[in-house]
Design a binder for this molecule. Sequence first.
Ligand code: C2E
Ligand code: MG
Ligand code: MG
Ligand code: MG
Length: 286
Amino acid sequence: RSKENGKDRYTFFQADMKANSETEAKIELELDEAVKTDRFVLAFQPQVNLRSQTITGVEALVRWDHAERGLLSPAEFLPVVEKSRLAPVLGEIVIDKALAAAKYWLESGFDFGRISVNISPSHLASGQVVDHFKSAMAKHDIGPERITAEVLESVFLNDNGSGHLAALKELYELGIHIELDDFGTGYASLSHVVDLPINGLKIDRSFTKQMLEDPKKEAVVNQLIHLARSLNMGIVCEGVENEAQYDRLRMMGNFSIQGYLIAKPMFFDAMTNWMRESADDLYFVI
Ligand code: C2E
Ligand code: MG
Ligand code: MG
Ligand code: MG
C-alpha cells in the first residue's frame, strides 16, 4: 500500500515537473522574442539623502512589457532568466538602457548622483559583466563615478569558482560602486563586509517595515548604520513608506533612503519630470 502511495506521488511529481519545465521552456522562447523586439523597459526610483533631501542616486528596475500580458514585474520572469543563457543578455540590455538614461539626465543638467543597476548572480558569473559595463560606459560617455552595481549578499558566500568575486573586484577597481542589496536577509557576516570590495549597504525593507514595532529590528538598523559609518561605507535604507519611519531613521544618522514615501518607481519621462520639479523644491518629503 505504501508502495502504491509512493508510486502515485512519484507519478504526480513527475507530471508536475514536466509542466514546470514546459512552462519555463515557453517563457524562455518568449523571452528570446522579447529581447529581439526590445520589450524590456526600465522603471527608475530615486534615492535621497534624508537630511539634505537631495537626490543621491537612481535605481533602475526592469519590467517586461509583454505583448499579451502587459507589464510584468521582475519576480515574474527573473527566476527563469537566471536559469537560462539569457541572464547576461538581459543584464547587458539593462546596463545599456540605464546608462543611456543617465547620459540624458546629465546632459539636461540634473545631478542625480549615481545610477544604480541590479546585477544578477548569473550575469556576474558569465565572465561578461565587466565588458558590458565598459562598452556601455564608452558608448554613453558615462564615468564609473556615476555608477553603482547592486549585488545580493549571496554572491559573496558561495564563490566556488563561479567568478563572482573576481568580477566584482574588477568593477570595484574600475571605480564602480558596489552595494550589497537587501542587506540583512541573507547570511553575509561582518567579516565578509569588512574584507570584500563593497562601498555600501542597502538595508532590506523588511527591517524598515518592522523597525517601529520591533525594537530588535530597530537595533539592527542602528548597528548597521554605525557599522557602515565606521567602515566608511554608504547606507541606503530601502522601503521607507511613511513619515513615522522617516522620522525614526532621521534620528539614527545621515544617509540615503528609498521608498514610496519619496517616490514609487517611474518610467523615464516621469522620472525626468520628478528631477525637474524636485530641483526647485528641496523639501519634497515634509
Ligand atoms: P530590489 O533591488 O531590492 O528593488 C527594490 C524593490 O522594492 C523594487 O521592486 C521596488 O519597486 C520595491 N520598492 C521600492 N520602494 C518600496 C516601498 O516603499 N515599499 C515596497 N513595498 N516596495 C518598494 P521590483 O521593481 O518589483 O523589483 C524586485 C526585485 O527584482 C529587485 O529588488 C531586484 O532584486 C530585482 N530586479 C529588478 N530589476 C532588476 C534588474 O534589472 N536586474 C536584476 N538582476 N534584478 C532586478
Ligand atoms: Mg536593488
Ligand atoms: Mg533591495
Ligand atoms: Mg529587495
